[in-house]
Structures are given as structure tokens and as C-alpha cells.
Design a protein around this ligand. Structure first.
Ligand code: BG6
Length: 502
């Protein structure tokens, strides 16, 4: 169901940056091609340098050529270029925002509902909001004004609250769109829909039937060129703080009373706020961190590639030769609610792992009829990427004379031939223009997430034991088993049948 979008202007701060070139501009083009942008919709790209409109159009062509190697519709291209404008906003110019306001005041070119996408350095979020406000560009008395804030929203609870207090001097909560691109992924949106549009799951979705839940994001990629960012961030803040906790919230939340943004977010807030704080007395049984050493990873075409360790990479980039930054983090969480009492949620993320995969794997309790010792548990796997699918592992009779079973895997592809392939940013930009914040984070979600992460980061900061090293391309370090509650629990290493055997 597509929603009505008012005539509007999308103002893209940081337009010459990587995100904008690789995802946002091509994403907007795809939305245009799909007929999802209103006729009266303009894009004003804002960058530091001076670029003439024709030159910016040439740059856009370069971005689209790089993205759509098989070509694209020339008519849509012309229409898209007509929407696109460029504005230089040099940081050295004290009147820069006044000039932007004057530029935007041309109503014939720029519809006056304004959505700002702040793809800028996190330290610039508050100053940009302050300056927009100072020149009246956030005033909603006649038109709506919305601000999308890229991640991270703070680097801990205190800085998130500080940012919040600075921007709420100028913005109402309903104007603020805090992004987590995972929420724009179709397979992530499918978690809630699968749970609540099928009658078969809800009766089983609780501690009476579920033994434990594993939420995984593994990547074969390393930190690449982003060493400075990563040294200051680490896996926990980079992936776990929002992407994985949001995934957990969707798995564990109660049914919202309807699908309005307020109802969905209210249930997510409740579940995030009921995650039990980390038990600092038993910290090392709940949290595990490690760092990749040199090794060999699988690259796209199935071949192996030798890759350096994390310490070598930071040394290469002049960041010293010791580091306590984790590239692998595993955390056990409990949710204090009647539904989840006693069910561990094991959440892990790692770079340079044996395979790249994001999944939710749910293991059910042992079946009432055990035909053989160590009989396989039922698993439900919701795979997010690279393949969007849902799998159920179950026991089934082996045809023949004997009463014996084996495990089979029912594999349901979520994606069928001909289905749209959309990038999460496309969905989220559309939601921004539609005024639908359901797939964006409420400040209470951000705060609950930081509260939990801060506990771990602070405990790690005091611990100067060298980090456990794992070889790039390996499965989870076996030492991470310290966080498991039961001896027969350990990470699934793949979503394929047998992926739970270690
Ligand atoms: C980003 C992190 O937010 O998410 C990256 O900064 C990570 O380190 C990326 O690689 C993963 O996103 P996706 O969509 O590729 O799973």
C-alpha cells in the first residue's frame, strides 16, 4: 500500500559523501523510476564545495552509471535530473544558512515541505539543527519540516541525551527521524509480520516452548580503511547497540495493538527497557569479546584470500600496535517479562568470520517423544541476509520398515522471482517523506540501548587483559562458549542442515 506524499523538497546534507553517492542518490533515482516520488518533489544536495548545476548533473550520471551497470531509462533520467539541484554551504561562511534559506524560498522550484537528511559527521548533527532553526527553516507553522539523523545517535547514553537536549530545543519528537538502516531491510520488517500474521507461531513464541534464541550478524569483511572509526567504536557499538538490539526487539516484542508508528514503537520500547541489566558479578559469563588475527577468508567467488589481522591494520594506519577494540562480541541477554522468563538470547557479531550471514535462529525445547538419545531439536531460522528465507528443522520418519526419524529442513524463500530488490535506504527515505516514523528509532529506544551497552563498554574499559585472538575466516572462538547456559547449547555456524553440530 503506497501512502500519499505531499509535495516536498529533500535537502541532502553531505551529498558528496560515500553514503549519498553509493546509496542515497541512486536510491532516489530508483524511487523515481518506480513512480514513488510525487511530481512536485525536488532534491537539493548540499555540500561544502562550489559545484555548478550542470557539473552536479554529470556527477549524478556517474553515480547512476556505476550503480546500474545494465543501463537505465533515459526518460526517467531526464525527469530525475530536473528534480536535482546543488547548493554550496561552506563551513567558513557565517551567512551560509541564510543563503540556503533564500535559495529554498523559491517556491516554484522547491516545494516548501522540507525533509533534511543529515549524512554528516555526528559532531555536526546538533550545529546543523541549530543553524536551520536560527534561519527559520524548521518552522512548521505552514509546512512540515523533518530531520533525519544518521547513526550513531551519540556514542554513549550521556552523549545521546546531550544531543537529544540540543536538538529538542528546536524540534518536536515527531520531527526527528533517527535512522537504523536495518529497519529498512525487507527481511527485518518481515519478522513482525511473520510472527503476527500467522496463527501458528504465537502459541509457541514463549518460554514454554523456546529453549533459546540466537541472533547473529557475521561478516567476512574486515574493518578495511575504517580503522580510525573502528578503533573508537568496536563491534559492540557498531553493530550490537542498534542493529542487533533492534532485531531482538522485533523478535521479542508483544503484539502491537495496531500497525501505527506509535503502537509499534511503544512495544519495542517496552521490550528494550525490560532487558535485564548485565550482571557485573558474572560479567565474563555473559559477555565475550575477541579480535581477528591474520587468516584466510572466503571471498565472493568462493576462493580464499589471505588477510591481515586487526592489529596489523591499525599499525599500518599509524594507530599504534596495541588495541582493546573488539571485532567480535557475544552477549547473553535475558528479558524480564512473563513471556521470556528464563530464555537466554545469545547475540553475536563478528568481522572476518567464516561466512557472512545475518540470522535469527530459535531453538525449541526437546520434544515430548524422544525416539533416540540426543534427538535433534526443532529450529526455526529467519534468515535476513544474504538469502531472505525462513527454515524449519524437524524430525520426520525415514521411509521404510523401521520406526526411525531423521531431520529435514523446510526451506521457504521469502523472495520470489520478479520481486523488487530495494535497498533499505530507499524504504526509509520514502517513509521520511510520507511522515511515517514506524521504522525509525524513538529516543526511548536509543536510551535503553545505550544504557545496556554502556555497562559493557565501561566494564571492558577497566579490563586490560589482552583480547582473545581468532583467526580470520574461522568460526566463533570456542572460548565464547562461556556465555552459554547449558552444555548442549552453542552457536549455530550456518543456517544449513547440520549447522548446529559443532
Ligand atoms: C554498519 C556498520 O552500520 O552496518 C558496518 O557500521 C557494517 O560496520 C554494516 O558492516 C552492516 O550493514 P549491512 O547492511 O551490510 O548488514
Amino acid at each position: 500500500m503506497s501512502k500519499q506524499i505531499d509535495p516536498c523538497t529533500l535537502v541532502l546534507f553531505g551529498a558528496s559523501g560515500n553514503l549519498s553517492r553509493l546509496k542515497l542518490i541512486p536510491g532516489l533515482f530508483r524511487l523515481d523510476a518506480a513512480g514513488r516520488l510525487p511530481d512536485h518533489m525536488a532534491i537539493l544536495s548540499v555540500g561544502r564545495g562550489d559545484v555548478a548545476r550542470e557539473d552536479w548533473h554529470k556527477e549524478i550520471k556517474g553515480m547512476l552509471d556505476a550503480k546500474f551497470k545494465n543501463g537505465y531509462d533515459k526518460q526517467v533520467f531526464e525527469r530525475f535530473l530536473n528534480r536535482n539541484h546543488y547548493h554550496a554551504n561552506p563551513p567558513t561562511d557565517p551567512n551560509a544558512f541564510e543563503k540556503m534559506r533564500d535559495r529554498l524560498s523559491d517556491e516554484k522550484v522547491f516545494p516548501q515541505n522540507l525533509a533534511y537528511f543529515l549524512s554528516v559527521r555526528p559532531t555536526d548533527f546538533a550545529p546543523v539543527v541549530e543553524q536551520l532553526s536560527a534561519v527559520g527553516l524548521l518552522d512548521e507553522s505552514k509546512y512540515w519540516r523533518r530531520v533525519l539523523i544518521e547513526k550513531p545517535f551519540g556514542t554513549d547514553l550521556a552523549s545521546a541525551q546531550d544531543l537529544q537536549s540540543k536538538i529538542t530545543k528546536h524540534l518536536k519528537e515527531s520531527q526527528i527521524y533517527r535512522i537504523d538502516h536495518y529497519l529498512g531491510k525487507s527481511a527485518i520488517q518481515n519478522i513482525m509480520l511473520t510472527r503476527f500474521t500467522n496463527a501458528i507461531f504465537e502459541p509457541l513464541w514463549n518460554n514454554g516452548h523456546i529453549d533459546h534464541v540466537q541472533i547473529t550478524n557475521n561478516e567476512t569483511l574486515g574493518v578495511g580503511e575504517r580503522t580510525t572509526f573502528y578503533e573508537a567504536t568496536g563491534a559492540l557499538r557498531d553493530m550490537f547497540q542498534s542493529h542487533l538490539l533492534q532485531t531482538l526487539a522485533l523478535v521479542a516484542m508483544e503484539k502491537p495493538k495496531d500497525l501505527t508508528p506509535d503502537s509499534i514503537r511503544a512495544e519495542k520500547i517496552k521490550v528494550l527497557e525490560s532487558i535485564r541489566p548485565i550482571d557485573l558479578e558474572n560479567f565474563n559469563k555473559q559477555v565475550f569479546r575477541a579480535q581477528y588475527a591474520a587468516g584466510r577468508v572466503c571471498v565472493g567467488d568462493g576462493h580464499g584470500e589471505n588477510v591481515p589481522g586487526y592489529l596489523e591494520e591499525i599499525k599500518r594506519d599509524g594507530l599504534g600496535d596495541t588495541s582493546f577494540t573488539e571485532t567480535y562480541a557475544a552477549v547473553k541477554l535475558f528479558i524480564d517479562s512473563p513471556r521470556w522468563k528464563g530464555v537466554p538470547f545469545y547475540v553475536r557479531t563478528g568481522k572476518r568470520m567464516h561466512e557472512g550471514n545475518t540470522a535469527i535462529a530459535i531453538r525449541f525445547k526437546q520434544s515430548p517423544l524422544e525416539l533416540k538419545q540426543g534427538q535433534h531439536h526443532n529450529w526455526l531460522i529467519i534468515n535476513i541476509q544474504p538469502r531472505e528465507c525462513i527454515k524449519i528443522e524437524m524430525e520426520s520418519k525415514i521411509p521404510g520398515l523401521d520406526i526411525a526419524t531423521r531431520t529435514m529442513s523446510l526451506d521457504g524463500a521469502q523472495r520470489q522471482q520478479g520481486d523488487e530488490t530495494i535497498d533499505s535506504y530507499e524504504t526509509l527515505m520514502l517513509n521520511l517523506m510520507e511522515g511515517d516514523p514506524s521504522q525509525y528509532l524513538h529516543i526511548s529506544e536509543v536510551e535503553a540501548q545505550w544504557r545496556l551497552v554502556d555497562q559493557i563498554v565501561n566494564a571492558w574499559a577497566k579490563d586490560k587483559t589482552p583480547l582473545h585472538q581468532y583467526r580470520a575466516g574461522d568460526r566463533d572462538p570456542k572460548e565464547s562458549s562461556v556465555i552459554f547456559e547449558a552444555e548442549d547449547q552453542f552457536w549455530r555456524y550456518s543456517i544449513e542442515l547440520g549447522g548446529d553440530a559443532h
